[in-house]
Design a protein around this ligand. Structure first.
Ligand code: ARG
Length: 410
């Protein structure tokens, strides 16, 4: 198929997207514009740009989207308490819609009719890219070279050698890694056997809990309306806070997650995550919500959290349902302000204190000591409120009970 014209490719600087530049230019005769989106953790942008041009891109662009990523994506997920299947803080899944958005915007700016991404046909990321691109730029053609070319890992490396594309030494390690400040995702190689313990060399951000310091490290996180705004009493912006916390929690062995997850394409896969900051912040945020939200708000919010995590995981970030839920979440966060104290010790983040100007905790009501203002005699009335349905149900059981249990007797 002859395509020609311009295509904007999401370019990480890694092997697959470098091969994709050559492949798009060779197979489809297209002018490839490489777009590198920095959502945090991209170390050498000039080198990536240089590489894109060397490999054959007609133009290479880099966008700094770090602040947007943390404030508009990560912290929304944090306010929602989103954890996919109760385990995965969704780092990779949160990055994709933002990259897709910038692909669409760049295509519009550059007058390109097509965009491309490096995802394979087996994972969730292809769906996240495709659906997000389709939602924001429905007229754009989407090309996913790695889904089309059908090359194995070895063949991709061979292709790179043939076309003089530098193959990083890291590629010799059989893992597929994706990272941004909300977490590091590691899969493939020995990890594909779900019975095998992950080898120590896959981890880059976390100390092994048994090698972590024996002395606990105490930290304090300040939240304003559900957003972390300070660490140990020092105000800082979101990205700085998350990056600092990755170091603090990581050196105490916190944030290793071994998740056998249900992919949206129907496959079960095993992924290892390192998410030190996310683990601590999600825990601390929940602790503050426990103090500042009513029981009914908490129960309902738990359901929203599950729904929200599924939306992110399944690539539906740019959906009306997500916006609807955001309205609820934003409203729920109005009073989630205060400070949480945590103790980091050998792989564990233990919440040891919380305080809030909007706390619903009342010492005078809770105490068993002097100063108690809760009149325990009032509690005798609960039998009238909660006891009634129980009474009706048990009466119904008594009347139908024997009938159901009756056996034919000789
Ligand atoms: N399983 C995770 C997700 O679907 C991460 C996917 C990318 N993982 C990777 N190692 N490249 O969001």
């Amino acid at each position: 198929m002859v395509r020609k014209g311009k295509v904007v490719l999401a370019y990480s600087g890694g092997l697959d997207t470098s091969v994709a530049i050559k492949w798009l230019a060779g197979k489809y005769n297209m002018d490839v514009i490489a777009l590198t989106v920095d959502i945090g953790g991209v170390t050498d942008v000039p080198a990536i740009i240089k590489k894109a041009e060397k490999v054959g891109a007609v133009k290479a662009i880099a966008v700094d989207a770090r602040e947007t990523f943390i404030n508009d994506y990560v912290f929304r997920a944090l306010q929602a308490d989103a954890l996919y299947e109760g385990q995965y803080p969704l780092a990779t899944a949160l990055g994709r819609p933002l990259i897709a958005k910038l692909l669409v915007e760049t295509a519009q700016k550059e007058g390109a009719a097509a965009v491309a991404h490096g995802s394979t046909g087996k994972g969730n990321d292809q769906v996240r890219f495709d659906v997000s691109i389709f939602a924001l730029g429905p007229g754009l053609t989407i090309i996913a070279p790695a889904r089309e070319w059908g090359m194995t890992r070895e063949e991709t490396i061979e292709y790179a050698h043939k076309h003089k594309i530098p193959v990083p030494v890291k590629v010799s390690k059989p893992y597929s890694i994706d990272e941004n400040p909300w977490g590091r995702s590691i899969e493939c190689g020995v990890l594909e056997d779900p019975w095998t313990e992950p080898p120590e060399d896959i981890y880059a951000w976390t100390k092994s809990p048994d090698k972590a310091p024996d002395k606990p490290e105490y930290i304090e996180i300040g939240f304003e309306k559900g957003i972390p705004v300070s660490l140990n009493g020092k105000k800082m912006d979101g990205m700085e806070l998350v990056e600092k916390l990755n170091v603090l929690a990581g050196r105490n062995g916190i944030g290793r997650i071994d998740h056998l997850e249900s992919r949206l394409v129907g496959i079960k896969s095993r992924e290892i995550y390192e998410s030190p900051a996310a683990t601590v912040l999600l825990k601390a945020h929940l602790a503050l919500e426990a103090m500042t939200l009513s029981r009914n708000q908490l129960r309902f919010k738990e359901k929203v959290a599950g729904e929200y995590a599924d939306i992110i995981y399944n690539g539906l970030w740019f959906s009306f349902l997500r916006e609807n839920l955001d309205a609820f979440i934003e409203s729920s966060q109005r009073f989630v302000t205060g400070t949480v104290r945590a103790k980091l010790i050998k792989g564990n983040c233990v919440i040891v204190g919380r305080k809030s100007p909007t706390s619903l905790y009342s010492f005078k009501l809770a105490t068993y000591d002097r100063g108690d203002i809760f009149d325990q005699r009032d509690s005798a009335s609960f039998i009238r409120i909660y006891g009634l349905p129980v009474k009706i149900q048990s009466q119904a059981q008594v009347s139908t009970g024997p009938k159901q249990k009756k056996k034919t007797q000789k």
